[in-house]
Write a protein that binds this ligand. Structure first.
Ligand SMILES: *[C@@H]1O[C@H](CO)[C@@H](O)[C@H](O)[C@H]1NC(C)=O
Length: 289
């Protein structure tokens, strides 16, 4: 009797395996899951050039599964710099990727997405080298070819295969050179960034220009900038309203607008200061959880 209970308890433990913290997400295709992402995840601090208050590890521990980061070249190496390495240099790409690798090692049921920008048009092989040097490439997912939205594996399939990292680069990807660094705009469209209207009144496609958006996953740039005499800085004081789940200017409100525009909800919503507001309630709502 006791043994039976023990066995069923163990079995239940296995059967209820979770994907990104929720059993219900295991059978969902990657392309049908909504993720809140940290915009400029590497720019951590309290200066106007910072977009996050918590470190990348704390972002991941806090529940973020989509990291966006900006890269620039400094003396021939990829560094995480904000617009330029004089303005803000958050260290090497290798060190950033090593942080992510360490976290993934310790969290085997989590699917992560990484979107890097390539501000100085560095050769994709430099990104590939940073990926292999950090060890993060061991988790990278390589599609068999260009995937349609309906072709994506489920979260469980990605986890089972050990390919739990999906990686995109905004410009300069070349899968003939590095097969797992995917071209962002072959898979996504984005809404406009540097929004300064706190009501976030649009879900229109901004990039790639000229695209209809059909067949592409959706990235919504839901971080508010403050315009100070033409200089844009992250509006931290507004973050708890911007990052709210519901209400004017919230994630939920802009996502509703996206739903009425596109007939589907955003795949990714990028935010600043993710721990302010209620971004994971918004994420659950988008996922119907
Ligand atoms: C997932 O599929 C449902 C049902 O078709 C849809 O309502 C929802 O918008 C989709 N989510 C994403 C992120 O595509």
């Amino acid at each position: 009797m006791l043994l039976n209970i023990l066995i069923s308890f163990l079995f239940w433990g296995f059967a209820a395996a979770q994907c990104n913290g929720n059993t219900a997400l295991c059978s969902r295709k990657y392309s049908n899951v909504s993720f809140i992402g940290s915009h400029d995840s590497a720019f951590v601090g309290i200066l106007p050039t910072d977009n996050q208050l918590l470190s990348v590890t704390d972002q991941l521990n806090g529940g973020i599964r989509f990291l966006q980061a900006q890269t620039h070249l400094k003396d021939g190496a990829l560094e995480l710099c904000h617009t330029s390495c004089i303005e803000k240099d958050a260290g090497t790409l290798i060190s950033y990727l090593t942080t992510v690798k360490t976290w993934m090692d310790a969290n085997p049921n989590e699917v992560l997405t990484l979107l890097l920008t390539n501000g100085d048009s560095a050769d994709v092989s430099l990104f590939g080298t940073a990926m292999t040097t950090s060890g993060l490439s061991t988790y990278a997912y390589t599609p068999s070819g260009q995937l349609a939205m309906s072709d994506w594996p489920t979260l469980q399939e990605l986890i089972t295969a050990g390919t739990r990292l999906v990686m995109f680069l905004d410009y300069g990807a070349n899968t003939a050179t590095v097969p797992y660094i995917l071209n962002e705009f072959a898979y996504f469209f984005e809404t406009a960034y540097d929004v300064t209207d706190k009501t976030f009144p649009s879900c229109a496609l901004d990039r790639p220009s000229g695209s209809s958006g059909s067949g592409l996953m959706m990235i919504v740039n839901h971080f508010l900038d403050l315009d100070i005499l033409g200089i844009l800085i992250p509006d931290e004081l507004a973050a708890s309203t911007t990052n709210a789940a519901t209400g004017t200017g919230s994630i939920g409100a802009q996502a509703s607008l996206c739903y009425s525009t596109w007939g589907r909800v955003p795949n990714f919503v990028l935010v600043d200061f993710f721990e302010l507001g209620d971004v994971f309630t918004a994420q659950d709502t988008l996922n119907g959880l």
